[in-house]
Design a protein around this ligand. Structure first.
Ligand code: PGA
Length: 250
């Protein structure tokens, strides 16, 4: 299984900035180690520029940060999986905590998007994670299980394992500089792995589980060495090629 080193650029970067950052990143990385893949989740307007910048480079792929679960229609402001594919995307994120909290996306809606995007040929990183209040009140297991059950409800049981990844992103660790400790990461990833093995008996072991939340060049190596950590999803520290290249090679 290859490690998936993913960048979430959120609402940052023009087309030109995206393209310059990726060209710089590719130069700094040189030959991507055979055990790694890179995915860059760029804003919609920079997807085409981003996919042009990594075209033909093995192991580098581009993804959208969101999509709407319909082929086309009167959905002002939304984008379909097919439109993402036409901009060169092979991945899409679903369930990022910023969409759950700022846009009010429900587990059911996230599940609909996940199943629809997979069916339309995109690979999906489903993001899950608890708030500090949920953790402090002993709800971690319940919250993660509900997000996984509903988020993956429509995924066919014969899904190819490399087409699906789950990112564990504790909400209290996103953009806060407060990374989850090794014991916290190991416990949550073990819970997610058990769920995946139950839900997908023949390939649950092979589905990648990424950690996200204040990953930096200084802590990435330690994090990817933990049990059941098969990559990272990086926000702030992915914006500069210098930082993200060090994470990709950690
Ligand atoms: P962060 O964001 O690395 O800035 O904490 C992670 C994410 O939101 O995916």
């Amino acid at each position: 299984m290859k490690l998936l080193m993913a960048a979430n650029w959120k609402m940052y970067k023009s087309q030109q900035e995206a393209s310059l950052t990726l060209r710089d990143l590719v130069k700094r990385i040189g030959t991507l180690p055979a055990d790694r893949e890179v995915a860059v989740f760029a804003p919609f307007t920079a997807l085409e520029a981003s996919s042009n910048a990594v075209e033909g480079l093995p192991g580098f792929r581009v993804g959208g940060q969101n999509c709407y679960p319909a082929k086309e229609g009167a959905f002002t402001g939304e984008i379909s999986p097919d439109m993402l594919r036409h901009c060169g995307c092979t991945w899409v994120l679903t369930g990022h905590s910023e969409r759950r909290s700022l846009m009010g996306e429900s587990n059911d809606f996230i599940g609909e998007k996940t199943a629809f995007a997979l069916n339309e040929g995109l690979d999906v990183v489903l993001c899950v994670g608890e708030t500090l209040q949920e953790r402090d009140s002993g709800q971690l297991g319940i919250v993660l299980t509900r997000q996984l059950e509903t988020g993956l409800a429509g995924v066919p049981s014969d899904i190819l394992p490399e087409r699906l990844a789950v990112a564990y992103e504790p909400v209290w660790a996103i953009g806060t500089g407060r990374v989850a400790g090794p014991a916290e990461i190991i416990a949550s990833h073990a819970l997610i792995r058990e769920f995946l093995e139950r839900r997908f008996p023949s390939q649950g072991k092979e589905i990648r589980i990424l950690y996200g939340g204040s990953v930096k060049p200084e802590n990435a190596g330690e994090i990817i060495a933990l049990d059941n950590v098969n990559g990272v999803l990086v926000g702030g520290a992915s914006l500069l090629a210098e930082n993200f290249s060090r994470i990709v090679l950690a």
